[in-house]
Design a protein around this ligand. Structure first.
Ligand code: ZN
Length: 225
């Protein structure tokens, strides 16, 4: 899969990797402009960042967070509200106006996830319609966005799995497309490395994580706020 990322300039806060999907980056730069800067705690998560987040903060599986695709940012909400003397609902509005929606659908600032924003873009309504006030429906929203963009890349024949495992040095046999013992061991090694359930078969989670970890990343020029 091709993962396109664009760097945002003039970023304040703790975000180390200031990359986003190009359309998300342009929209966020516009918000930075509207709001005279924002303060971030996290932006793009590469595979290793994601594994660390999983180990340290029980984050989702590698390739399952919208942060992996440059479609999410975490804001330092308290710092922003203090600095700009605005209310949380004003911040929600500033973000929403440019296609960025809070993970929470209830506007509650004091609960977990109030700092996390997903880029839904022009088709936001289509994604939001899939959720209700029930918090268990909220993760569906960015997940659908990820599927629209990369779902095709998450489907792989066994041969493609072998090619991608070879790219990482896990597989050195001919690409037969057969699920032989070498393929099984290579898959198990990859699953152990990325904290996946060790099935030894090319299941959906294996293919998705493999697609993400072996993605061709195209970085483009920075967008200034
Ligand atoms: Zn987040």
């Amino acid at each position: 899969m091709k993962l396109s990322l664009q760097q945002i300039q003039n970023v304040k806060g703790d975000a180390r990797r200031t990359f986003l999907a190009p359309d998300a980056a342009v929209a966020l730069a516009a918000i930075q402009n509207d709001a005279d800067g924002l303060i971030y705690s996290e932006m793009w998560r590469d595979p290793v960042d994601s594994l660390l987040a999983r180990r340290l903060k029980s984050g989702p599986l590698v390739s399952y967070s919208p942060h992996n695709y440059g479609l999410a940012v975490d804001l330092n909400v308290d710092a922003i509200l203090n600095q700009k003397k605005i209310r949380y609902e004003d911040l929600l509005w500033l973000m929403k106006r440019r296609g960025w929606y809070c993970f929470r659908r209830d506007g509650n600032q004091d609960q977990v996830g109030s700092e996390h924003f997903n880029f839904l873009g022009d088709q936001a309504e289509k994604y939001l319609a899939k959720s209700t006030q029930d918090p268990t429906t909220w993760p569906t929203i960015p997940e659908l966005k990820i599927w629209d963009r990369y779902g095709q890349d998450f489907q792989m024949e066994t041969k493609e799995v072998q090619v991608r495992l070879a790219k990482l040095g896990f597989f050195t046999e001919p690409f037969t497309g057969q699920r032989d013992m070498y393929t099984r061991e290579a898959i198990l090694a990859f699953q152990r490395a990325w904290d996946l359930t060790q099935t030894g078969s090319p299941d959906m989670t294996l293919c998705r994580t493999l697609a993400f970890v072996t993605a061709d990343i195209c970085y483009s020029t920075a967008v200034a706020a």
